[in-house]
Write a protein that binds this ligand. Structure first.
Ligand code: FAD
Length: 471
């Protein structure tokens, strides 16, 4: 038998034939990324159901030096969860390791397997009268292991933080196949280096996350939504300050959308609501949560909107008066990426900036792109309260997608150079994966890269964990 055949035979002994996929028809769904940009090749797709099976597979991978690509829901946007074209790696799907292990309402924690779908965790928390606040458009498909590995953000970061802030403990299988059980539900634990924080955001390059203890919160008594219209991003930033002053921690959502974003959504999804008769420059979707009552939330929101109108920060506003109306407003925000996908190709940038500098960044970068690619369409929206913009560029009318994509590197360079100049980050929430590796090397300092390589070398000296990703 060849080495590969020996390895696969060992995997079949560990998992059973049904969970070692090698036929193209079986492996295909695991090999293409969510946006259908790249299809890799794998020696096999392995589907363990227990932590011990994950550990045994990693010991086999270490023995045969087989690269491992961990995969959760495969919804990542930076080509991190699929293998390269060499065909020598395995995809390790965590999808069958998907149980809820424990829920402690007094400690306000939930302990889950890494392959648990995010929505399943939200529902389990809700059934116990608690809130698990991580929320993003892929929540019906993505897993908590993938959320942790990418330190996912989403729509509630403003109030509750990124996935990192929601995690109290981890269980990880090392590249040598040992199981580190750090499933402590402690809010304070200063006992040396924080290994948990090292694995969060590591995109599967240091080990495989198999379990996690996540924080739960009290469910808000009421949650209300409004859409405000204003002339410019500078007005939106002043509105953010005003809302934070008036509402404090009750402000749980603050999403910016440009006029062109809503125009695209209206063109592609005419059935969705059109809250304003007239066009405005920018819009902000506001969400307020109250731990007291609906009346309290309404009072806070109406007082804040009144103050914003008086200060001429906003030109108009609609407040949702029912759950259906609130969902309709959120759908406008959530349909922007879908509308873009239907409208044609675009070049995406998931960036973050110091909040106070966002308006200047948009003005300068819009002008630089317009000068280099006259008529290009700028689809700018995002979690403004977190300083996170999705700054996407679509082709000018009449330019083919192919001609436009030939300029991808030049467009990325214009946007990312500005991000760097403004003290921002080229990846706010999606990670680096294989897609942004060259950009990371360009914009991180040599010392940061050297320290990151030292960590990788120390934890994964054989370089079998998701090689070719991040570094
Ligand atoms: P995958 O895509 O399977 O993997 C992502 C990375 O994590 C890969 O590098 C993989 O190797 C690694 N990985 C996966 N599981 C493990 C594990 N158990 N142990 C170690 N490494 C692992 N992201 C945001 O932050 N905010 C958003 O608002 C947001 N919205 C999105 C909306 C849509 C429609 C889509 C498609 C994606 C969105 N994303 C967003 C991207 C986001 O990163 C993912 O949806 C999610 O966090 C990834 O989870 P997953 O289980 O699909 O991971």
């Amino acid at each position: 038998m060849t080495d590969q055949a020996d390895f696969l035979a060992a995997c079949r002994d560990l998992l059973g034939d049904a969970y070692v996929l090698t036929l193209d028809a079986d492996t295909a769904p695991f090999l293409t990324d969510w946006r259908d940009r790249f299809t890799g090749k794998a020696l096999a797709v392995l589907r363990p159901a227990t932590v011990e099976q994950v550990a045994a597979i990693l010991r086999a991978c270490a023995q045969w030096r087989v690269p491992v690509v961990p995969q959760g829901g495969n919804t990542g946007l930076v080509l991190g969860s699929i293998p390269d074209a060499a065909g020598t790696a395995i995809v390790l799907s965590l999808a069958r390791l998907n149980g809820i292990r424990a829920l402690d309402p007094v400690n306000r924690t939930i302990t889950v397997d890494a392959g648990c779908i995010l929505q399943t965790i939200q529902e389990a928390a809700s059934a116990a009268g608690c809130l698990f606040p991580l929320s993003l458009a892929a929540e019906g498909s993505c897993t908590i292991g993938g959320n942790l590995a990418t330190n996912a953000g989403g729509t509630a970061v403003l109030r509750y933080g990124n996935t990192r802030e929601l995690c109290l403990g981890l269980e990880v299988v090392t590249p040598q196949g040992e199981i580190w059980s750090g499933l402590r539900g402690l809010r304070k634990d200063n006992t040396g280096y924080d290994l948990r924080d090292l694995y969060i955001g590591a995109e599967g390059t240091l080990g495989v996350i198999t379990g996690a203890v996540m924080k739960l919160y009290p469910q808000p008594k009421a949650c209300i939504t409004a859409l405000a219209a204003m002339p410019s991003p500078a007005h939106a930033l002043r509105l953010l300050s005003l809302m934070q002053d008036h509402c404090g921690a009750s402000l749980t959502g603050f999403e910016l959308m440009s006029q062109y974003c809503l125009q695209l959504v209206a063109e592609q999804f005419p059935q969705l609501p059109r809250p304003f008769a007239d066009a405005h420059g920018q819009y902000v979707l506001l969400e307020l949560s109250s731990s007291q009552s609906e009346a309290h939330a309404v009072e806070l929101l109406e007082a804040s909107i009144g103050a914003a109108l008086e200060d001429e920060l906003i030109e108009d506003a609609v407040v949702a008066s029912s759950v259906a109306q609130s969902e309709g407003l959120w759908q406008l925000r959530e349909h922007i990426p879908l509308a873009q996908a239907q409208a044609g190709k675009n070049i995406k940038h998931d960036i973050s900036l110091p909040i106070s500098r966002i308006a200047d960044f948009i003005a300068i970068t819009d002008a630089a792109l317009e000068s280099a690619f006259p008529g290009c369409q700028l689809v700018c929206f995002g979690h403004l309260g977190d300083g996170n913009l999705h700054y996407n560029v679509a082709p000018p009318a009449g330019m083919t997608d192919q001609d436009f994509l030939a300029n991808q590197d030049a467009i990325n360079r214009i946007v990312h150079d500005q991000v760097h100049a403004f003290g921002g980050s080229i990846s706010a929430e999606h990670g680096i994966g294989a897609l942004k590796k060259a950009d990371l090397a360009r914009y991180k300092s040599p010392l940061e890269l050297q320290l990151m390589r030292a960590v990788k070398q120390a934890l994964d000296p054989q370089n079998i964990m998701n090689p070719g990703k991040i570094l």
